[in-house]
Design a protein around this ligand. Structure first.
Ligand code: ATP
Ligand code: MG
Length: 210
């Protein structure tokens, strides 16, 4: 073997050794963090931001929970009855408590009093779910707007969330989530819009956007 080749092999051997040591350190750090996370309780999750993927993430989590035999509840704020949604065509095959506010997008409607009444009714349905310990996970899709428009009292929302069954998970989706809900939540993700096909003229696509 010539000297150059031997040097190359030695360099590679040292590189591999360093890589193994680095990976081992990462593995130990992850194991330590996993060992520390021992608490078992319901989690409040917020998915907000202007990018696409909030409601699909919420419905995906409901599907994940169903896969483990958990019992979900869903309240859709804003979505109207004329708005089809692929997830529901599947999810309605399961025994899920589900309520749609049903007034259409609020910026389509003209009647504020009707919107407020519809929001309050949807919130009453939410409260029933948030006090029912047999419901393991509650999705409050697009609820952030109800707070933004002042249609539901924020103090009451926070109190209800704080007093919910200990093991119950709650997911809140929607843009512009109020700072106090972000503070209260255990997990918060903000979806950033890097690009969206709609802005370059692609219409909303079945199975992807609804
Ligand atoms: P999705 O339901 O696809 O997960 P989302 O819940 O994150 O979307 P919403 O603000 O509820 O987003 O808007 C719902 C609809 O608007 C969807 O059809 C989605 O594709 C579209 N949309 C979401 N974000 C954007 C965006 N940044 N620009 C244009 N359209 C968007
Ligand atoms: Mg949405």
């Amino acid at each position: 073997m010539n000297k150059e080749l031997a040097n190359e092999q030695e360099k590679q051997r040292l590189k591999d050794k360093k890589h193994r040591e680095r990976q081992q350190k990462i593995k130990e750090a992850v194991a330590q963090r996993v060992a520390k996370a021992t608490e078992e309780r319901g989690v409040l999750l917020v998915i907000t931001g202007n990018g696409k993927g909030k409601s699909t993430s919420g419905f995906g989590t409901i599907l994940r929970a169903l896969g483990h035999g958990l019992k979900p509840g869903i309240v859709q704020f804003i979505k109207g009855t004329k708005w089809e949604c692929g997830e529901l065509n599947i999810l309605k095959q399961f025994p899920i408590q589900h309520y749609v506010m049903g007034t259409g997008f609020t910026w389509e409607t003209q009647d504020k009093a009707t919107d407020i009444a519809a929001a309050k009714m949807a919130w009453e349905k939410s409260k029933l779910m948030l006090s029912d310990p047999t419901i393991d996970i509650v999705l409050l899709d697009e609820m952030t707007y109800m707070v933004k428009y002042g249609y539901i009292d924020l103090d009451e929302i926070i109190e209800t969330l704080n007093n919910r069954p200990k093991m119950q998970h709650v997911l809140i989706t929607g843009r512009a989530c109020h700072r106090r809900l972000v503070e209260l939540a255990d997990t918060v993700s903000e979806v950033q819009p890097i690009k969206h096909a709609f802005t370059i003229g692609v219409k909303a696509q079945k199975g992807l956007d609804w």
